[in-house]
Write a protein that binds this ligand. Structure first.
Ligand code: FES
Length: 191
């Protein structure tokens, strides 16, 4: 009886180690599986809940600036988009629903969505003596000032989304503000 107890006592540490390894392996596999499932799901849910999907918000012409408020040297200006938003139950008056980068060149203006086409993060503008660039902080996609991808292999499937712009009465900058599907190579407006 004593020998038997002694034998069991000696085998226990390696048995524990094997059990721990097995548990760790299962936990890692579970984590990988959960990550593979949750990331696309989160992108899908975020896309679905995006305020611009709400009725009446997508593809809407909005007056976002006047020419005299934009730098004449082409430096991008980040402009918030303020609009009423309505969901199934509630109307939210005049709240931020997004933003655009506006770049003025003479009397012309170009507009780019700040939303990264990869997974929907907000793109930043970083100035530099060479003229600056756009950078997405989530997966480090980079774009030039026209919104074109600058990496040989970019995590982003397409360039930044350009928006239609009109300068009305030689002063007012109107933008057709809309959102596009994320994670796809072509620019497809959200429904
Ligand atoms: Fe912008 Fe991934 S969300 S690079």
């Amino acid at each position: 009886m004593k020998d038997h107890l002694c034998c069991c006592h000696e085998e226990s540490p390696s048995g524990d180690r094997n059990a721990r390894r097995g548990f760790l392996g299962q936990a890692i596999a579970l984590l990988c599986g959960a990550t593979a499932f949750l990331i696309p799901t989160a992108v899908g849910v975020a896309t679905f809940l995006n305020p611009l999907r709400q009725k009446g918000q997508g593809g809407r012409w909005m007056r976002l600036a006047t020419l005299d408020t934009l730098p004449t040297d082409g430096t991008p200006q980040r402009v918030p988009v303020i609009a009423d938003r309505t969901d199934a139950w509630t109307r939210y008056p005049a709240e931020p629903v997004g933003a655009v980068f506006l770049r003025r060149s003479g009397e012309k203006v170009a507009a780019l969505q700040v939303v990264c086409p990869h997974a929907g993060c907000t793109i930043d503008y970083q100035s530099s003596p060479k003229g600056g660039a756009f950078l997405c902080p989530c997966h480090t996609a980079t774009f030039d000032l026209q919104g074109k991808r600058t990496q040989t292999t970019s995590p982003c499937p397409r360039d930044m989304d350009r928006l239609e712009v009109e300068v009305r009465n030689n002063v007012e900058v109107w933008v057709k503000f809309e959102s596009f599907l994320l994670g796809v190579a072509s620019k497809v407006p959200q429904a």
